[in-house]
Design a protein around this ligand. Structure first.
Ligand SMILES: O=C(O)c1ccccc1N[C@@H]1O[C@H](COP(=O)(O)O)[C@@H](O)[C@H]1O
Length: 219
């Protein structure tokens, strides 16, 4: 089975180069102004050029309005939108039609009952993502470096296309893959040396850990 790997919150050429060298299938840019990973749409547009033909460039937004999204889509030219807020199924459908782009809808989860919220989005969102709930007091809906109990994902329908996110890093990715067997994974703060500062060495280490875990499973 192939495994999609998204490195999110890119802000520098060096981080982009490390993500592509490792074999990322997706690279993400954060358009949430309060985030330490926020990047201006034009700068994301410059950075994403290196990914053309190699990885899908994902614009991550949180309950963004049309004006902000128009600007992001025009300047960055993403391949995909990631909706990390409380967007409804109607809003997902509206944005897919408006931009002609696939949409990945994010759900924050902590227990199996949280998975019931995905039903109205199945068949509308192109892909789902499961992230941990933000810790109390956090201003960020994602990018908190917090993991959830991956075993709850074993209750999902086989064949559901999703990415596992939240608190992943080189030390725990083996367990995450073994327990949840997701079709895709997404990492941000687990490959940073400080909030918003991607570390190419940690990115490389993450890919190495993924490869080692997959080799172990294949053996
Ligand atoms: O990373 C952020 O700052 C962010 C801000 C607003 C919405 C989403 C954000 N990040 C997303 O959350 C996942 C998980 O992050 P982490 O690995 O736990 O740090 C990240 O990959 C982004 O998709």
């Amino acid at each position: 089975m192939t495994l999609d790997i998204k490195i999110c919150g890119l802000k520098t050429d060096a981080a982009m180069a490390a993500a592509l060298a490792g074999g990322a299938s997706h690279v993400g840019f954060i358009f949430f102004p309060k985030s330490p990973r926020y990047v201006e749409p034009a700068e994301a547009g410059r950075l994403r050029v290196a990914a053309r033909g190699k990885a899908l460039a994902v614009a991550v937004t949180v309950d963004a309005d049309d004006e902000f999204l128009d600007n992001i889509v025009a300047k960055m030219q993403p391949d995909m939108l990631q909706l990390h807020g409380s967007e409804t199924p109607d809003r997902v459908a509206e944005l897919k039609a408006r931009y002609g782009l696939p949409v990945m809808k994010v759900f924050s989860v902590s227990e199996a009952a949280d998975l019931e919220r995905i039903q109205p989005f199945v068949g509308i969102a192109d892909r789902l993502m499961f992230d941990a709930k933000p810790p109390k007091g956090s201003e960020l809906p994602g990018g908190n470096g917090v993991a959830f109990d991956w075993r709850i994902l074993t209750g999902l329908d086989a064949g559901l296309d999703y990415m596992l996110s939240g608190g992943l890093n080189a030390a725990n990715i083996g367990d995450a893959l073994r327990l949840a067997n997701p079709p895709g994974i997404d990492v941000s703060s687990g490959v940073e040396s400080a909030p918003g500062v991607k570390d190419p060495a940690l990115i490389e280490q993450f890919f190495r850990a993924v490869r080692a875990a997959r080799d172990d499973r294949a053996a």
